[in-house]
Design a protein around this ligand. Structure first.
Ligand code: SF4
Ligand code: SF4
Length: 380
């Protein structure tokens, strides 16, 4: 693509964007308030978006608040990521028909309309990039994920109000939008009024912008965007020191901190379910009395005792080994498999951990006493 098209839109531009995407056949999803949280949901107009709604997050705590702020996107991330739209929590892989020697395996075709995400966060865009490697570019790509991802339209909105649990600056995934979007929006609510800078990142995004219209972006609006991103970066106090982190964790598999965290961890699996990059799944074959069988896939969690079950019992029988597996996979062995970290710094696992366990704090504690290997109980 030639130089990316960029325009300045009024708030009516968001209204028109939603209508235009729906007109192109997309199922348009955006952030909506439901069950006390901001989560992806159907958006038919900008009135469905969370105007003046903010999220107040800390380890183990999430609350919404409202004020007269006209912003539509002044919040960080909620408990549900966009992953669920492309890699659903439950899906039928195939069905069988016929019986005996006549049995046939019939793949289940996905008939969902292509999805348009309006309001994904830069860290979530980075998470989709990771899932593209894991599920889309592996030796055996996941057909459902690959098809939905290829058809999806992603309009990312740059972050103006990170949560105290966010650490995307450490992971290089925000608050500015990186590569991989169709449109990148920056919401401006300064003296110049309520406006959006919209930039195209793909040929589809470019054609959408061409149809949307808008004005050229004046230098003052670019300055406003730069200040907004600077403020967002400065507001992000949580850090993960990634320098040599993969090797640090790999050589500290017997560190006593794993015992310490195991005493707090409930092994509930919340952290894996809210994580936008966790991809563990399990398969169940379910038959009825006619002999027809469905193979169903469902999300699973490495915190589940049964997840590492082999003959004779689970390989990871202790909470210590399951937390260690999760954290070292995210921050160490993921590099060996996929040449990237498995974490984008969204902070969800910190907020939605019922006991407020913080992956950045655990990694920092291990770094602080690198090489300590005294075990209390000799467990695996
Ligand atoms: S490990 Fe935690 S902070 Fe990292 S991407 Fe997953 S949920 Fe977000
Ligand atoms: S770290 Fe927290 S969210 Fe994850 S399994 Fe343990 S208690 Fe649950």
């Amino acid at each position: 693509m030639a130089e990316a098209r960029a325009v300045l839109l009024g708030t009516d531009g968001i209204e028109r964007l939603v209508g235009l995407l729906a007109g192109r056949g997309y199922r348009t999803l955006g952030p909506v308030v439901a069950d006390g949280a901001i989560v992806p949901g159907p958006v038919n107009s900008s009135a469905d978006l969370p105007r003046g709604v903010h999220d107040d997050q800390s380890p183990g705590s999430y609350r919404l608040s409202r004020d007269d702020d006209p912003s539509l996107f002044a919040w960080a991330v909620g408990p549900r990521s966009w992953k669920a739209e492309l890699f659903p929590p439950g899906a039928v892989v195939f069905r069988t028909s016929g019986t005996g020697s006549e049995v046939q395996v019939v793949p289940v075709l996905d008939d969902a309309a292509p999805v348009a995400f309006v309001g994904a966060r830069p860290c979530e865009l980075a998470a989709l990039g990771i899932l593209d490697r894991v599920l889309g570019a592996s030796e055996h790509p996941d057909p459902l994920y690959s098809a939905r991802r290829a058809a999806a339209f992603v309009a990312v909105v740059e972050c103006a109000r990170p949560a105290p649990t966010c650490f995307c600056t450490s992971m290089g995934t925000g608050p500015a939008a990186g590569a991989g979007f169709d449109l990148a929006l920056t919401e401006l609510v300064g003296d110049g009024g309520h406006r959006f800078i919209a930039r195209a990142g793909s040929s589809v995004g470019d054609s959408v912008l061409a149809e949307l219209g808008g004005r050229p972006v004046p230098p003052a609006a670019w300055d406003e965007r730069a200040e907004l991103l600077e403020r967002s970066e400065a507001a992000m106090s949580r850090r993960l020191d990634t320098d040599g982190l993969a090797a640090l964790l790999a050589r500290n598999l017997e560190h006593p901190r794993w015992d310490d965290v195991a005493e707090r961890c409930l092994s509930c699996g919340n952290c894996t379910l809210v994580c936008p990059t966790c991809f563990c799944s399990a398969l169940d074959d379910v038959s009825d009395l006619s002999g027809a069988t469905e193979r169903r896939r469902r999300w699973d969690s490495c915190f589940d005792l049964g997840y590492s079950e082999v003959h004779g019992g689970p390989v990871r029988s202790s909470t210590r080994s399951r937390y260690r597996q999760w954290a070292t996979h995210k921050l160490s062995t993921w590099f060996d498999q996929f040449q990237t970290a498995g974490c984008v710094g969204c902070g969800r696992c910190i907020t939605w951990c019922p006991v407020g366990i913080d992956i950045t704090e655990e990694a920092a504690a291990i770094r602080a006493s690198d090489g300590e290997t005294v075990r209390k109980d000799g467990q695996a």
